[in-house]
Write a protein that binds this ligand. Structure first.
Ligand code: TXA
Ligand code: MG
Length: 343
């Protein structure tokens, strides 16, 4: 298949390009589009064939369910049932935006979307281009991140083009994604709400609306066989070189990294501290220390840039795991396969 590229400026949306993308989805095709978190690979979420083609294009394991993207809260009742009050309260506060809720699946949603589970994940993106396409398609849009399975999520057009050209009918160039890490996933189907994946809407923000929530153990450690988000068991975001996250007091961490074998090794650190690492083959930064939003925005791009180099080992600096910092820490330690060295 030959992919068509369409450029859409979020501040001046080209209606005919949106119409082409929406028509493609209605016809059962695959469209890569930007969201406020990462790029998505979207298809008609009510068509089992279209959903199957998403799994095929990404090489995604069949047991990892997809998120349905809706244009507005009004569409919620067509895809979920027995919706708790907490879902409305959370969407009232955070939709449109980077929050995905896991609810009970309505019969209208093909089981393939949810990999056979009786639940369904839904979110309402705030990116104007994503919103326009979903609204024009007039169906819930099933969309995982637009990367090959096992690669970091794409946060810029070139990430998608390099990986999915020839695998999607349309690839939209919408520039860079703001948040840079995938949406927060919160399950509301059990007795207590469980944070399955931290993201741009923080645990602290959610707790302001619905009170204390639990955090899945898979957020902090390797999958132990019990995590509720099937996606958490896969080694995501893995760069080609092995990654080790070194944590501790700043000066001690920098000293510890500088004492490592430097040949064929690189360092992932914060802006302004590159010059403190000597002799490594590459030093790449991801945002400013203490500024979790800038780290989230740049992390996946930094991991992809390491993949362009021929290295065996990467040593990474990490910040605190609170607020959006929890999402950054989670993606970084997952990329490292939870290889964390404390100094
Ligand atoms: O920001 C995002 O969420 C992006 C953009 C494109 O919207 N999408 C995204 O999709 O990250 P994906 O497929 O890469 O990740 C979806 C995550 C996976 O970890 C999956 O296991 C989990 O959500 N998930 C989906 N449906 C679920 C369900 N019914 N129950 C539990 N977890 C679910
Ligand atoms: Mg993904």
């Amino acid at each position: 298949m030959q992919s068509t590229y369409l450029k859409i400026d979020r501040n001046n949306i080209d209606k005919s390009a949106v119409e082409k993308a929406a028509q493609c989805i209605k016809d059962g095709g695959l469209v890569c589009f930007p969201t406020e978190t990462v790029y998505g690979l979207g298809a008609n979420g009510l068509s089992p064939d279209a959903v199957a083609s998403i799994f095929a294009a990404k090489g995604r394991p069949q047991d990892n369910p997809l998120i349905l993207h809706l244009a507005d809260v009004a569409a919620l009742e067509s895809v979920a049932r027995d919706i708790p009050q907490s879902a409305y309260a959370l969407f009232e506060r955070f939709a449109p935006g980077p929050l995905t809720l896991v609810l009970k699946r309505a019969d209208a949603v093909p089981p393939a979307v949810s990999a056979g589970l009786d639940t369904v994940a839904v979110r309402i993106p705030s990116h104007p281009t994503a919103h326009a396409i979903i609204a024009a398609a007039g169906v819930p849009v099933a969309a995982p991140s637009a990367n090959l399975s096992g690669k970091p999520s794409p946060t810029a057009f070139w990430h998608v083009r390099d990986e999915l050209s020839g695998r999607a009918d349309i690839i939209i160039d919408g520039g860079e994604c703001d948040v840079g890490v995938e949406s927060t996933v919160l399950s509301l189907v059990g007795e207590r709400a469980i944070l399955l994946r931290p993201g741009g809407i923080t645990k602290e923000q959610i707790e302001e609306v619905i009170g204390q929530i639990d955090v899945s153990s898979a957020v902090y450690q390797k999958f132990d066989g019990t995590a509720a988000a099937p996606g958490m068991k896969y080694r995501h975001y893995a760069p080609r070189a092995s990654l080790c996250v070194v944590v501790g007091e700043d000066d001690a961490v920098i000293r510890a990294i500088n004492s490592k074998e430097k040949s064929r090794s690189g360092v992932l650190c914060f802006e302004g501290e590159s010059s403190r690492f000597e002799g490594f083959e590459a030093v790449i930064t991801y945002g400013k220390k203490g500024d979790f939003a800038s780290q989230a925005h740049m992390l996946f791009d930094a991991l992809r840039r390491f993949d362009e180099l021929d290295l065996d080992r990467i040593y990474a600096r990490a910040d605190e795991n609170r607020g959006v910092g929890l999402a950054v820490y989670n993606r970084l330690t997952k990329a490292a396969g939870f290889d964390i060295e404390e100094v």
